[in-house]
Design a protein around this ligand. Structure first.
Ligand code: IPD
Ligand code: CA
Ligand code: CA
Length: 274
């Protein structure tokens, strides 16, 4: 069994501490579900509370490291080679609707490379962690991506655009979905990109794609997938942390997924040109 490095242990503890607060708040959300006002305001405070716990714990343990956090934004550090990338609550919509599928996601970028990732599924009490060279782990179990080679046997996760996103994003998604459904065993949309990637690392999903994510949604999950032997890329060949257009899978499936997604884009562009 591999053990996390000291900084990995600090990140796991911070995720657990934030998770404890989120679990308490989730109980309250379940009560607010039936109230007329609903739990929306309460939930936006839950994100902030969890982020505060993570920020305090990490900045105390590693003073000088920088941060990129969903709520606070960029907090530059004096140590330019280390930066935590944090989503205190990934799967907010699930949380808001009383659905127990949400996570804390903490990544660490070192010398410009993703080095360590922790994704904590609070409701199921599952800690997924990975560190460069130490493998990916679910508690004590070493994670390895699924071995399936055919899309026709594979379950692929994705994220759908929603209200407020540009019309072009919706159209692009429908094109990609149309390219995927006839060739895959099933498509899933669970609502937490961090957990989607953790599930790819654990072999629960065979692949995952989504466009327009943010660095804090995926930083930790990328380390998990890579350390579990999988592959992560930007769909169109750019910088994945910058565009958030991500595709992940095992060695045989990853290129097949990219191929389907790129064909769908080419088809769309040809259609638009007419
Ligand atoms: C969201 C989740 C979701 C993805 C959205 C993200 P949030 O993060 O990761 O799965 O489809 O695009 O914004 O808002 O719950 O932190
Ligand atoms: Ca998120
Ligand atoms: Ca969030």
């Amino acid at each position: 069994m591999s053990k996390p490095s000291p900084v990995g242990s600090v990140m796991i503890k911070a995720a657990r501490d934030a998770g404890r607060q989120l679990a308490r708040d989730f109980g309250e959300v379940e009560n607010l579900q039936v109230s007329r006002k609903g739990p929306a305001d309460f939930v936006s405070n839950a994100d902030h509370r969890a982020e505060e716990i993570i920020y305090n714990a990490l900045s105390k343990a590693r003073p000088g490291y920088g941060f990129l956090m969903e709520e606070r934004g960029e907090v530059p550090g004096t140590d330019k080679s280390n930066r935590f990338i944090v989503d205190p609550l990934d799967g907010t919509l699930n949380f808001l609707h009383g659905q127990p599928h949400y996570a804390v996601s903490i990544g660490l970028e070192r010398e410009g490379e993703l080095f360590c990732g922790v994704v904590y599924d609070v409701a199921k009490n599952e800690i997924f962690w990975a560190e460069k060279g130490r493998g990916a782990w679910l508690d004590q179990r070493k994670l390895i991506v699924a071995a399936r080679r055919k899309l026709s046997e594979s379950v692929i996760a994705t994220g759908t655009p929603y209200h407020g996103k540009a019309e072009a994003a919706h159209e692009a998604f429908w094109g990609e979905l149309a390219a995927m459904t006839p060739v895959t065993a099933g498509i899933r949309r669970y609502g937490s990109a961090a957990l989607d990637l953790a599930y790819v690392a654990a072999g629960r999903f065979d692949g995952f794609w989504e466009r327009g994510l943010r660095a804090w949604d995926i930083a930790a999950g990328i380390v998990l997938v890579r350390e579990a032997g999988g592959f992560v890329d930007e769909i169109d060949g750019g910088n994945v942390l910058r565009t958030g257009n991500i595709v992940a899978g095992n060695e045989p499936l990853h290129p097949q997924l990219i191929d389907r997604l790129r064909k769908s884009k080419a088809f769309r562009q040809a259609g638009n040109a007419e």
